[in-house]
Write a protein that binds this ligand. Structure first.
Ligand code: NAD
Length: 245
């Protein structure tokens, strides 16, 4: 479904991003894995060893435009284009508002929002030149419902939806589609790190009665990145087992 397309995926060393990288490779894309550290990027590349020649890995500082710009240029030089950007890296939060430490709220917004803006800004230069591109963002079910603690996290995901809808309107004229996937609870390290008292009541309310697996989310990204979604833009696609109402 993605023959000859080059996809950059942030936060692709594990969880949703890794599952998406693997699925895109299986669908004949060239994939660029971004992570936060050399060690985890190398581990992800080792695990995708079957696709040698079709994968690259980097660990740019996603809060620094120059760092992002340098890496995107290297991708373009090595793979020839930048067709798909998936802004997936993110951190969660369960801190109560009165317990937030200095800079903690800002650190979450920096990665979950500012990094998306910056990576998109750099990608748009290449996509405009190609008159084609797809930008996909990882939002969350909490961008609809909020959550009972860790307010920085839903705040950041509401912003992701705003960025998605606005960029879709701004970039349509360049044939750049912008969409987001809003996962429910997904079985990844991020969820494993949350306390049981937060997760269990959420799962009990999901009509499909289970957490999502990373592949459930990767499948949604594949659809949105592919020509099957050629007239879909500005959409926040919920993949959450009918949510938690
Ligand atoms: P994960 O913790 O398994 O993976 C997070 C990824 O982000 C890793 O590859 C990590 O290297 C990268 N990352 C973390 N901090 C970084 C930093 N400072 N700089 C660069 N990269 C960094 O998480 P996941 O569950 O796969 O989450 C991926 C996305 O899905 C996130 O945006 C998250 O908010 C969203 N999401 C997850 C769930 C869930 O239940 N797991 C639900 C809704 C949305």
């Amino acid at each position: 479904m993605l023959e000859n397309k080059v996809a950059i995926i942030t936060g692709a060393t594990r969880g949703i991003g890794f599952a998406t990288a693997k699925l895109f490779l299986e669908n004949n894309a060239k994939v660029v894995v971004f992570g936060s550290r050399e060690e985890t990027v190398n581990k992800a590349l080792d695990n995708l060893n079957d696709y040698k020649g079709k994968i690259l890995g980097f660990y740019p500082d996603l809060t620094d435009e120059d760092s992002i710009r340098n890496v995107f240029k290297e991708v373009k030089d090595k793979f020839g284009s930048i067709d798909i950007l998936i802004n997936n890296a993110g951190v969660s939060s369960s801190t109560k508002i009165e317990d937030y430490k200095n800079g903690e709220f800002e650190r979450i917004i920096n990665l979950n929002v500012n990094a998306l803006y910056m990576c998109s800004k750099v990608a748009v230069d290449y996509m405009k030149e190609q008159n084609e591109g797809v930008i996909l963002n990882t939002s969350s079910m909490v961008s609809i419902y909020g959550q009972p603690s860790g307010c920085a996290y839903p705040t950041s995901k509401f912003a992701v939806n705003g960025l998605t809808k606005s960029l879709a309107r701004e970039l349509g004229k360049y044939n750049i589609r912008v969409n987001a996937v809003a996962p429910g609870v997904v079985r990844t390290d991020m969820v494993d790190s949350l306390p049981k008292e937060i997760i269990d009541p959420i799962i009990n309310k999901i009509p499909l009665g289970r957490m999502a697996e990373p592949i459930d989310i990767a499948n949604a990204f594949l659809y949105l990145a592919s020509p099957m979604a050629s007239f879909v833009t500005g959409e926040i696609l919920s993949v959450d087992g009918a949510g938690m109402n």
